[in-house]
Design a binder for this molecule. Structure first.
Ligand code: ZN
Length: 168
């Protein structure tokens, strides 16, 4: 449908907890379409609705840059069923342009969500897909990857973060 502006760190909407949606509602279909367009234009691996200012429990992930067989997938009203292990991977976030940091998260996740047909599906993921799912899920809870950095890392990034939050 349309590309939308991405909300940057400092905007209080990123701290809001998103609310469930009706997966088959035409508004949800439009939202997913906008999210995919915006994510592709920004060359991101994932984008949550709150990052375009809509506090609904919807996100998209696109791992086609890493694996051509993958296509963008919408996760509607997702739930974490289980997590396992622990791994440190470098992450970025479209709401934190220019900031990349190693973050520790579970190595594996089982996530359940709805698609646009209102059908429930379950994904078991490791590697970058697990990382993208866990990162985007955090957005629905108003959590940001800076919250998962060590106090030392946050202190080192203080200048960059301040610049971002003042620009938004
Ligand atoms: Zn993010």
């Amino acid at each position: 449908m349309a590309e939308r502006p991405i909300v940057v760190y400092g905007d209080p909407v990123l701290r809001e907890v998103s609310t469930p949606v009706n997966p088959t509602d035409p508004e949800t279909v439009d939202l997913v379409s906008d999210l995919i367009d915006t994510m592709r234009k920004a060359k991101g691996l994932g984008l949550a609705a709150v990052q375009i200012g809509i506090t609904k429990r919807v996100f998209v992930v696109d791992l086609s840059a890493l694996d051509a067989s993958q296509s963008p997938t919408a996760f509607i009203n997702p739930e974490i069923v289980d997590v396992d292990g622990q791994i440190e991977i470098e992450e970025g976030c479209l709401s934190f342009p220019g900031i990349y940091q190693k973050i520790v998260r579970p190595a594996k996740v089982i996530m359940r969500a709805y698609n646009l047909r209102g059908e429930e599906f379950e994904v078991e993921a490791t590697g970058m897909l697990a990382r993208a799912l866990l990162h985007e899920f955090d957005h629905l809870e108003g959590k940001l990857f800076v919250d998962r950095m060590s106090p030392l890392t946050r202190t080192m990034l203080r200048g960059k973060l301040k610049k971002l939050s003042m620009a938004s």
